[in-house]
Write a protein that binds this ligand. Structure first.
Ligand SMILES: [Zn+2]
Ligand SMILES: [Zn+2]
Length: 169
């Protein structure tokens, strides 16, 4: 029996990804599940959705939707993980094969879970944040703020033009 208890409307396809979970920040296994259901309007089924596919972190139950057109990639990922578990693939081969899949949800999870080290206090800050959550330092390399920038820049004062700066090496 699977340790993961699923409702009867859920079908479990097995472990799909072994990545760092952006929610619990642990290296975790994500299972691919199908939550079956029909789209109903005022109690009447208007469309058979064939279910909604989701990835679920086995650690914290964080869920991430899988788009219908990613299903082939998701099922390939399930097979890859089975190969990894059975020793047919090394961890490195698994990571490479996973990267080769056209699987945007995997990339999204990885990007969300990625962290950047704060240059000021060394805190690991989630990639989704543009500033350190401890000391408020801005993310390194974030040169352009996402605010609309006016085309009309004030004219540079003459004093700024290359005073003391050499163009030669
Ligand atoms: Zn998690
Ligand atoms: Zn910091």
């Amino acid at each position: 029996m699977s340790p993961l208890h699923l409702g009867k409307s859920e079908q479990d396809f097995g472990v799909c990804l072994q990545v760092v979970c952006p929610h619990c920040q642990q290296e975790s296994e994500f299972r691919l599940v199908l939550r079956a259901g029909a789209l109903k309007l005022f109690g009447l089924p208007v469309a058979d959705l064939g279910g909604v596919y989701e990835l679920i972190c086995v650690g914290c139950k964080f869920r991430k939707d899988v788009a219908a057109d990613e299903l082939t990639a998701a099922q390939s990922a399930v097979r890859l993980h089975a190969d990894l578990r059975e020793g047919n693939l090394t961890a490195e081969q698994y990571a490479t094969a996973l990267d080769a899949l056209d699987f945007p949800t995997h990339r999204a999870l990885r990007d969300e879970a990625a962290t950047w080290p704060c240059p000021a206090c060394n805190e690991k800050v989630p990639a989704a944040l543009n500033g350190c959550w401890k000391c408020n330092s801005p993310k390194p390399g974030l040169s352009k703020p996402e605010s609309p920038v006016s085309d009309e820049l004030p004219p540079l004062p003459n004093a700024v033009t290359r005073s003391g700066n050499s163009w030669e090496h």
